[in-house]
Design a protein around this ligand. Sequence first.
Ligand code: LCS
Length: 395
Amino acid sequence: MNKEKQRGLSTTAIHAGYHCDPLTGALATPIYQTSTFVFSSTEEGARRFAGEEAGYIYSRLGNPTVTVLEEKMAALEKAEAGLAFASGMAAVSAILLALVKTGDHILGTKGLYGCTYGLLNLLQDRFQVSYSLCDMTDEASIRQMLQPTTRVIYVETPINPTMELVDLQLVAKIAREIGAAVVVDNTFMSPYLQRPIEHGADIVIHSATKFIGGHGDVIAGVAVGPKAIMDSIRLTTQKDIGGILAPFDAYLLIRGLKTLGVRMDRHCENGMQVARFLHSHPKVAAVYYPGLPDFPQYDLACRQMDGFGGLLAFELKGGMEAGIRMMNNVHLCKRAVSLGDVDSLIQHPASMTHSVVPAEERAKMGITDGLVRLSVGIEDIADILEDLDTALSFA
Ligand code: LCS
């Protein structure tokens, strides 16, 4: 590992991957808004295409601004290499398509983001890659669901939106026994709060749209992992499907990453205060936040995560109707999907992010019709609590 890996995460987020422009001294990463790169000779072009010489060719194959982001994310996740994509789903699909072929099996966590669930169904229906979803809180149930053809164990932890956790070391141990790859979607935590590779995961994916960007102004994805695998994906499912990230969007993410540490600390502080407030509110039936001592996997959260984050889900005693009334009466918190922004965002998974999942599957995932998800932003906590308190008076 290089020197960046020894530094603190906030320092790494600011400095990794870029050391000021050698030509101009520019402190901020230049946006290389170019589709192609000029070769100094025909032979040089040929050598680059043959992989005999490093250097840029065409921005679908690599771009200097995007490279800075990829190196930052790899350094933060303690991975060897990274790849940036046009969206989180572009990252998820490029990784899964690179790892499986017809006849293989993917074992996923009991709950998954709605579009990831949609992709698994597409792979099954169109390409005969089967999948099963499994309660990974229990070793026996993981082992029971394995098949001889299981090539990938695909994990969200915390799971969107139920906040259930998965013990990454346990999953990695089982995966090693059967030679399967562990792919972890770390979107809910960011590398500041959880680094799955330290727990044995092979590949980590982010919807960088969320905490990595942090400001709600870019759709993007990142995957990091072993260099050999990332190099091969760059030349196959990334290059040939083509869901690559634009240089300006990479710049926005690089800029967002510079404040990752301070933003995440504040998300954690505010998340904990909102969780406590909801937990003691007479109209709230249940709060799902890993930082509450009565959260069923509180011990695992303390072991695996460096903070509890800004995401939580809750149910009201008045069920779905009360939830709708509450959501219709927030003002500071915005009714919107997405998460991890500086703005607080509230949404209803059953009718929004997970509406593509059939009702009976949603029930198995633990997504009740009354579940509300809140991504707690970094506004002043008194203002967030006041907004929620007022909205709850309508519930
Ligand atoms: N993985 C997770 C855990 C996600 O939450 C999302 C998006 C994705 C992958 C896909 O990333 P995208 O392509 O949107 O960058 N989650 C969303 C959500 O919960 N609300 O809106 C989008």
